[in-house]
Design a protein around this ligand. Structure first.
Ligand code: HXH
Length: 363
């Protein structure tokens, strides 16, 4: 009798246990009350999932940021114009707030960006109204890098050291509309990496660019990286900016690019991921995205993540370039003042179809 009671109570316990699991299961719930898993937790076995933030979104989007992401990048606050607006006058306050948020939540921080032709103040390239000399510009670059990398040492685990040095024009290798290149020559790249490595020997150092999976530009980037590595320059990875759209993203090109960069022994990250609902060249201004656009967007996101998962030793991070569709740089690019919906959360901070695709894809 006692034995029987024991048996039944065990059964009861088991029944209660399984019904709790069953009734809490997301599959039984309507969309509106589906439990939302943390994106970073779902991908924890593969790579950190980051997001670009800025001084406003760390407040307005704090909940999403803390729940779904385990890596942060400052969208603008670590760029040259923010950190050294005037010669010798370093302003770290806003960037420090972002680092502080990461620290409180045990998140990684990717630094973006040390040397870039854009968002760099005019004073950097000038001296008494004239172009600055090569030696002086090298000195200014080294000073900036030393100070900035030194300031964030121990907090920033990886740096975009050089951004967008390679040209889209098939007739040139380095982009010529770049004062770093014009004044110093291509050696500015190697020198930037050496300075960053000296300032923080533990930091992972990246070259970062857009159109980096497009074969022609990819091969120019590959050749540059190979030469840098052959010359013993400290460089550890390639950042593939993922500013793609529903029409032009190619899974095949992404795979081929990852494999090509990996053949140099480099790690690869998707550093600036957002997928426009507008096909490239579609300049319409819609009031909202239609269902087909959102479906195609979900498929692109799924393909990007699934491909990255296939290279677990190579792909060491994916960073979304923004948190939710209410605030994204794509509202101004490539069409000024046009709303786009390129991210994983909608204007009300709710998960989009693309988000659920990424969760499903990893079950
Ligand atoms: C990125 N550049 C930057 O790395 C990042 O710091 C910034 O916050 C957002 C985007 C992407 C980019 C590159 C070139 C460009 C526009 C955006 O200019 C083009 C103009 C015409 C055609 C293609 C590119």
């Amino acid at each position: 009798m006692k034995k029987l009671r024991k048996k039944y109570s065990l059964l009861l316990v088991l029944a209660v246990f399984f019904s709790i699991i069953l009734f809490n299961s997301p599959y039984l719930k309507a969309d509106s009350e589906r439990e939302i898993p943390s994106l970073a937790e779902v991908y924890a076995d593969y790579f950190p999932i980051g997001t670009a933030v800025n001084s406003s979104t760390i407040k307005s989007h704090q909940e999403l940021i803390e729940y779904h992401f385990n890596s942060l990048t400052a969208e603008n606050e670590m760029k040259f114009d923010h950190l050294q607006p005037h010669k010798g006058n370093f302003t770290f306050g806003r960037a420090d707030e972002i680092v502080e948020l990461a620290r409180r939540n045990n998140m990684k921080v990717r630094g973006h960006v040390l040397v870039w032709h854009s968002q760099t103040p005019a004073w950097v390239f000038q001296e008494n109204g004239q172009r600055v000399s090569r030696e002086e510009l090298l000195e200014r670059m080294r000073t900036h890098i030393r100070k900035v990398v030194g300031h964030f040492k121990g907090d920033v685990y990886a740096w975009d050291v050089v951004n967008e040095a390679i040209s889209d024009n098939p007739n040139e290798i380095y982009r010529s509309d770049n004062p770093w290149f014009e004044i110093i020559g291509e050696e500015y790249i190697a020198e930037a990496f050496r300075a960053a490595h000296e300032a923080d020997p533990d930091a992972r150092l990246f070259y970062n660019d857009y159109n980096a999976i497009q074969p022609q530009k990819r091969d120019k980037i590959y050749n540059m990286l190979k030469k840098l590595l052959d010359d013993g320059v400290p460089i550890h990875g390639v950042g593939i900016q993922g500013h793609w759209d529903i029409s032009s993203f190619s899974s095949l090109q992404l795979m081929q690019a990852i494999e090509k960069y990996a053949s140099l022994g480099l790690e690869v990250q998707i550093t600036e991921l957002d997928i426009s609902v507008y096909a490239w060249g579609d300049n319409r201004r819609l009031a909202e995205p239609d269902t087909e656009m959102l479906q195609r967007q979900s498929l692109c996101y799924k393909n990007v993540f699934n491909i990255c998962k296939r290279y677990p030793d190579v792909v060491t991070g994916i960073t979304l370039w923004g948190v939710a569709d209410d605030s994204t740089w794509k509202d101004d690019f490539p069409v000024k003042n046009r709303k786009d919906w390129p991210l994983l959360f909608d204007e009300n901070h709710q998960p989009k179809e693309a988000f659920w695709e990424l969760i499903e894809a990893n079950k």
